[in-house]
Structure formats: structure tokens, C-alpha cells
Design a protein. Structure first.
Length: 464
DNA sequence: TGGGGTTAT
DNA sequence: ATAACCC
């Protein structure tokens, strides 16, 4: 944990800082009436090399050694010991071994344990505020505006005077305790520290946090001090933060494609994007993208933290060098399906749509995927859940129809990826107590709903 | 380049 | 159904 920073008190009487407004007495509330300003406090939490951390928890003997997590021929992530020896994320296994012959590799193609730990993190954060948005398996946004406001109201004026930051302040900007926005962000930094401490104490995980007034800035600032540290951004430093990006591709929300198109327009820096003609940008990218990314370039992002809740889809995929026959494809699809049925069973909800995705081999060309989807026949949906053994054969039949719809099996083909996705998940009707349905519904008594992420109990005798 | 996810069109 | 984005 970082030591309390000396400049946390830089806004005390006598210290420099932004000029005090008028003749306001110390700690007099500012002109912005409570509750009437729409400024938010957002925290972004980002676990350190998440897969590697999970592996080190699974097998503590790996701790202290350079560790990489391998999927196929890639080291998808690695711990900090490995990074110090030159291993990078998404590095080829051959290059990684060459750089670091002592590198220990574990296979990370099965995401089950990562997914489970990921949801434990989200669940923990939801104890602080229900407004938690997941981003991948290892990042979460939390909107703590309301909690911060409540804590500030509780504070007495003598406590306000000694309010301190937890962790770093971006750009070493002095804190002004007279500024209500600063006060709120400091409380936010303390709550972020509490979240990180809870993650460490209860799950054994370390990570970074960023606290700012919107998602974009919180995410950008969370990565400033790594690993296992946190940073708060005060509003006066937001321009400094966004201009610290060396290229617009580093802006979250500007991906590979958009960056390429912007580059074709001569836009490569944040400043280029800020000053580019909005009209021309709208014509090139469409009004929606143009307006959104140009706002991003100023550090403006009004997108809400959208609670993720339960997942919208479950998918499993496998990539390989070559799949060129229908029987081969069928056996791979059966494998993917077996794992998926287990997951769907545990979730408790039922998918109403299934999708099959393939990637065809093509030399050089950027890999594009094709997919076909269809409703799951209702009689198959009903077979989902219990042992789901009766569901597998009809599901494979459905999937092979989708397969033959995409791939002409009478012609030679060469696939490099297969993926099966269950989506359009619907809650299983829960029969009301006392009704006829309650006593006739077969699955309701084996479903346990302990909070949001319910699960199916393993076959146990049914009482009650 | 893996094995996932989301939203917009 | 695809394309873009995120990790």
C-alpha cells in the first residue's frame, strides 16, 4: 500500500492552489448546491495479470517464478516476474521462451476458473454499489456517486479539514479541500482503496484502480501507476491525462478500424482529433461515431455505468490448424457443446437461440468469421437443465444443420475455428407457491436462487 | 494472435 | 448476420 501522500493536505490554509473563491470561510459549501450537479464519481478496477494471478492461487508453487499463461501458440498474459525478463502479453511462445528460457507455462485455454473468479470479483464490488459494469473478465466500472455523496454528508467539518487522498493523485496536482469536486474524488479514492483491500483480503487478488468523473478518464487514470496501485484524477488535470496518450488508438473506444480511417485523414494525435472539422468527421465516420469519439478526445464521456447483471450469452470456441471434414467438425462441435450445456445448466436460465461460427482458412487475409443462428426448438429447450443428456443429440443435429448451411460439405473446405454460442437467455418460469404448477414443475425444486448468480444444485434428494 | 464478451447497424 | 468495440 502506498504511504499517505504529503500533498494530500496541500489544500490546507496557507498552501498554494487555485485561488479561493470570494470570501467564503473555510469549508463553507461551494456554490454548487448538493444534489443538483450531475458530476459523477466513477472507479475503474483493473486486476493485475488476472489469469496469471488465478493460476498462482491454484498452484502456489508458481509464486515467485516467471509465469506465462498459454493459449495455443501464444502467451496471452504473464506475471510481473516474467515481464521483468522481457515477456510481453500476446507474445509468441517461441519468442517468449527465447527471451526467457526459465519461463513456466500453464495452459489457459479452459477459461472456467478465470470466469468463476471474475464473477466473484464483480459480486464483491456489487456489495459496495449495485452499479457495476464488467469489461472483459478482469475489469469493472463502479458508479459510486451516491455513496460518496452520503459519506460526505456524514462528515463533520473537523473531519473535512483532515480529509486525505488514498493512493496517488494524477499529475501530482495539489488537492483543494474547498473544492467540492476534489472532496468527492478524495472520498472516491478512499472507497477505491476499500474495494481493493476487500479484493485482496477475501479473494487474494491485487489490482489497480482509477477514480475520476467519467468512465473514460477513470479507465485511463487507473493504468498510470501499476501494478497494485491506484490513482485519482482531479478535473484540472484531465487535459494533461488525455494528451499523455501518444496516439488516438490508445483512446478506449477508438479501435483498429477507426484508428486506420482517422490516420487516412491525417489524424494521429489527440490534438489532431480535437481540432479536426466536426462536419468532415461526421461525413467520414457517420454522425454517431464522429460525435462520440470527438467528445472522447476532450475527455468527455457521458456514457453511464451500465450494470452488467447476468451474462447475455455463453460461448465456447476452439481454434486449430485445420479441420477439413464434416465428421471432424461434428466431434469438435460435440466437445464445445458438452462444456456449454454444463454452463447453461449451472446458470439456471434457458437459451432460446443457438449460433455456430466458423473461420475459414485464408492465407494472409484478415480472418473474418461467418455465423448462422436459429431458434432452439422448444422441445429441446425443455430437455436442457437436469442431466441435459437428452438435449445433446438434438442440439448436435441443429448445429450440424447450421454447419451445412454455411459449409458446402460436398466441396473441399479448410476451417481454422469453430464456436458455439447460446444466447437469448430467458429466466425459467418459477411456479408460484401454492399453485398447481408449483407442485408439477419438475425443475423448480432443484434450482437454488441465492442472490443474482443462482446455480443449480447437484443431484440431491428432493425434500420439501 | 486466443478465447472470450458487448452493442450498433 | 456482420461489423465494430472491449479485454
Amino acid at each position: 500500500m502506498e504511504p499517505a501522500q504529503a500533498w494530500a493536505l496541500a489544500g490546507s490554509p496557507g498552501a498554494r492552489g487555485p485561488e479561493e473563491p470570494g470570501n467564503l470561510p473555510w469549508f463553507h459549501d461551494q456554490v454548487v448546491p448538493a444534489g443538483s450537479c450531475s458530476s459523477r464519481v466513477i472507479v475503474h478496477l483493473d486486476l493485475d495479470c488476472f489469469y496469471a494471478q488465478v493460476e498462482m492461487i491454484s498452484n502456489p508453487e508458481l509464486k515467485g517464478k516467471p509465469l506465462g499463461v498459454q493459449q495455443k501458440s501464444l502467451v496471452v498474459t504473464c506475471n510481473y516476474e516474467a515481464r521483468e525478463l522481457g515477456v510481453k502479453k500476446l507474445m509468441n511462445v517461441r519468442d517468449a521462451k527465447e527471451k526467457c528460457p526459465q519461463l513456466v507455462l500453464v495452459n489457459g485455454e479452459d477459461l472456467t476458473r478465470y470466469r468463476e473468479m471474475s464473477y466473484r470479483v464483480t459480486d464483491l464490488l456489487e456489495e459496495f454499489s449495485p452499479v457495476v459494469e464488467r469489461l472483459g473478465f478482469d475489469e469493472n466500472f463502479v458508479d459510486i456517486t451516491d455513496m460518496v455523496e452520503k459519506r460526505l454528508q456524514q462528515l463533520q467539518s473537523d473531519e473535512l479539514a483532515v480529509l486525505t487522498v488514498s493512493g496517488h493523485v494524477y499529475n501530482e496536482q495539489p488537492v483543494n479541500l474547498h473544492d467540492v469536486l476534489h472532496r468527492r474524488l478524495l472520498i472516491g479514492s478512499q472507497m477505491a482503496a476499500e474495494m481493493r483491500e476487500a479484493m485482496c483480503d477475501r479473494l487474494g487478488l491485487t489490482g489497480c484502480a482509477g477514480v475520476a468523473s467519467n468512465k473514460l478518464l477513470a479507465k485511463l487514470v487507473s493504468g498510470v501507476f501499476k501494478p497494485n496501485q491506484q490513482t485519482v484524477l482531479l478535473p484540472e488535470s484531465s487535459q494533461h491525462l488525455i494528451h499523455s496518450l501518444k496516439h488516438i488508438k490508445e483512446m478506449p473506444g477508438i479501435g483498429y478500424k477507426t484508428a486506420k480511417r482517422l490516420e487516412a485523414l491525417g489524424i494521429s494525435s489527440v490534438h489532431d482529433l480535437q481540432t479536426f472539422s466536426p462536419k468532415i468527421l461526421e461525413k467520414e465516420l457517420g454522425i454517431a461515431v464522429a460525435q462520440r469519439i470527438q467528445k472522447l478526445s476532450f475527455g468527455e464521456d457521458n456514457s453511464p455505468v451500465t450494470p452488467s447483471g447476468l451474462p447475455q450469452s455463453f460461448s465456447e470456441e476452439d481454434s486449430f490448424k485445420k479441420c477439413a471434414s464434416e465428421v471432424e467438425a461434428k466431434s469438435k462441435i460435440e466437445e464445445l457443446l458438452a462444456s456449454l450445456l454444463n454452463r447453461v445448466c449451472q446458470d439456471g436460465r434457458k437459451p432460446h437461440t443457438v449460433r455456430l461460427t466458423i473461420r475459414r482458412y485464408s492465407p494472409e487475409k484478415h480472418c473474418s468469421r461467418e455465423s448462422r443462428q436459429c431458434p432452439i426448438p422448444s422441445h429441446v429447450i425443455q430437455k436442457l437443465g437436469a442431466g441435459n443428456y437428452d438435449a445433446i443429440t438434438p442440439m448436435v443435429d441443429v448445429l450440424m444443420k447450421l454447419f451445412r448451411n454455411m459449409v458446402n460439405v460436398k466441396m473441399p473446405f479448410h476451417l481454422t475455428l469453430l464456436s458455439v454460442c447460446f444466447c437469448n437467455l430467458k429466466a425459467v418460469k418459477t411456479a408460484k407457491k401454492g399453485t398447481i404448477d408449483y407442485y408439477l414443475t419438475p425443475s423448480s425444486s432443484t434450482t437454488s436462487h441465492l442472490g443474482k448468480r443462482s446455480f443449480k444444485m447437484k443431484d440431491t434428494h428432493m425434500e420439501d
